[in-house]
Design a protein around this ligand. Structure first.
Ligand code: ADP
Ligand code: ADP
Length: 222
């Protein structure tokens, strides 16, 4: 069993890393932002609830988010654990996650924190393009696709997220520092936080993440 909570500000590279890590570790990626966007696309009740918060760059209320994660964690593909990307984002969500996992006799095992300075976070968000089919993210300067506007993996069109406007990006970073950054101390106090320098190449960050997760697995099975 491995439960990983991947932390980092908006644009730190959580999604980029989570997609590769999950393949390598055989764990499902639970990305609350992606789940909300799926609900927006399908115009479900949950999507309608989340829309205004997301478009404004604010957090969706905790009850809604926790309910969605609870349902997701109960699915069979989470039998060996999961990698959480973008959840928890508040202390109250972290407490709720602890309770959810405790009900399954489980707990969070490791919290890698991808650290990137705020000015770089903004540059990362400003150049982010996402594949409309597979969700893979690119960056116009730092990680461009082979062909402009087209996903390398499946040839689908890339798009810029509705909440990736200059104004919302700044707001999301501020929301992160106010509501989510306190979680760093929360997990540090539990001895779970491991900081990774996110201002390195995607490959180097990946290598270090894999190392710390495998090391934590090893310590538990020894
Ligand atoms: P980013 O990749 O820029 O960090 P996400 O895709 O993780 O953004 O999230 C996009 C939006 O979805 C957030 O701004 C917020 O409105 C909503 N959201 C995602 N995860 C959560 C969460 N754990 N709690 C509340 N809202 C969330
Ligand atoms: P998050 O999920 O944390 O919001 P993303 O994975 O969506 O972050 O990455 C944000 C942007 O930064 C994307 O455009 C991505 O291509 C780019 N990016 C991610 N990691 C790196 C890196 N190590 N170096 C340069 N650019 C990166």
């Amino acid at each position: 069993m491995t439960y990983v909570v991947l932390m980092g500000g908006p644009g730190a590279g959580k999604g980029t890393q989570a997609k590769i890590l999950c393949k390598k570790l055989g764990l499902p990626q639970i990305a609350t932002g992606d789940l909300f966007r799926e609900n927006l696309r399908e115009n479900t009740e949950l999507g309608q609830l989340a829309r205004t918060y997301m478009n404004g760059g604010d957090l969706v209320p905790d009850e809604v988010t926790v309910g969605m994660v609870k349902e997701r964690l109960s699915r069979p593909d989470c039998a060996n654990g999961a990698l959480l990307d973008g959840f928890p984002r508040t202390i109250s969500q972290a407490d709720a996650l602890e309770t959810l996992l405790a009900e399954m006799d489980e707990r969070v095992h490791i919290v890698p924190y991808i650290h990137v300075n705020p000015d770089l976070l903004l540059q990362r968000l400003a150049g982010r393009w996402t594949c409309s089919a597979c969700g893979r993210v690119y960056h116009v300067l730092f990680n461009p696709p082979k062909q402009d506007g087209i996903c390398d993996l499946d040839g689908s069109a890339l798009y810029q997220r509705d909440d990736d406007t200059a104004e919302t990006q700044k707001h999301r970073i501020a929301v992160y520092f106010k509501q989510t950054a306190p979680l760093l101390d929360y997990y540090k106090n539990k001895g779970l936080l491991v900081e990774i320098n996110g201002e390195q190449s995607i490959e180097q960050v990946q290598k270090e993440l894999l190392q710390v997760i495998k090391e934590s697995d090893r310590q538990r099975t020894d």
